[in-house]
Design a protein around this ligand. Structure first.
Ligand code: 0O2
Length: 207
């Protein structure tokens, strides 16, 4: 392709990133406002903390190749929803759905996708609630909507996922050891869940 075509692609690519970044700011603000409200007016705040990130272009390209998507801006717009991502770490298991409801019930938030790995954990033990929502962002020329991926999980689920992620990207572990860790991780996921449920029960009794 010619130089002008490539420049045009770069511009469209930057436009996607801009829209997603702005949508992330909107969702981030909504969640911060909820956090603020819970702290000010309620005896319990479901939100422990939040982490925002924009997918770096190298992992975007890796994902497009892994999923066999076309390497075009159109295909990115239609298939990749997690360029902008926010993770909400909650204190307890029930808090996951409190945060979900409070966000998704807002008039300008549209739920596009929902994967409930809390109700149905992945075979490796992974738990989290994954939502893709879209929100309008207001540009000089008018409003456009863009998607944001939200992962909602407890402290225990987050601790587990961070360790499992580290292990997955360590490529010098021998297969026997990897298998041993996989078994231990799966057991730990179940045990963590039992502990978090038990702690939640104590906390609720104390309220
Ligand atoms: P990164 O670097 O975290 O961004 P989709 O994104 O919906 O097109 P998929 O694979 O069906 O594709 O999405 P899914 O199952 O909702 O998972 C997407 C993200 O969830 C992953 O992002 C991880 O962040 C997280 N995740 C999913 N499964 C696991 C798991 O088994 N362990 C851990 N630690 N995290 C998981 P990316 O794109 O892989 O990468």
């Amino acid at each position: 392709t010619g130089l002008y075509q490539r420049l045009d692609d770069v511009q469209q690519f930057s436009q996607i990133y801009l829209l997603r970044r702005l949508a992330l700011k909107e969702i981030g603000t909504k969640l911060e406002n909820l956090d603020d409200e819970y702290s000010a007016l309620h005896s319990h705040n479901p939100i422990h903390h939040m982490e925002e990130r924009m997918k770096n272009p190298a992992s975007l390209i890796e994902k497009i190749e892994r999923k066999n998507y076309q390497m075009t801006t159109r295909s990115i717009e239609e298939n990749v929803y997690d360029i902008a991502g926010i993770r909400v770490i909650t204190n307890y298991i029930d808090d996951i759905h409190r945060v979900e409801d409070a966000l998704v019930n807002q008039d300008d938030v549209t739920l596009l996708k929902r994967k409930d790995y809390v109700a149905k954990p992945k075979p490796n033990g992974y738990r989290s609630l994954h939502l893709v929502v879209s929100v309008p962002v207001f540009l000089a020329e008018g409003a456009q909507t863009a998607p944001v991926e939200i992962q909602i999980r407890t402290i225990g689920m987050d601790m587990w996922a961070s360790l499992e992620y580290k292990l997955r990207y360590k490529n010098h572990i021998d297969p026997d050891q990897a298998q041993k860790y996989a078994g231990q991780l799966k057991d730990s996921a179940r045990e963590l869940n039992q502990i978090e449920a038990r702690l939640q029960g104590i906390y609720q009794d104390l309220l």
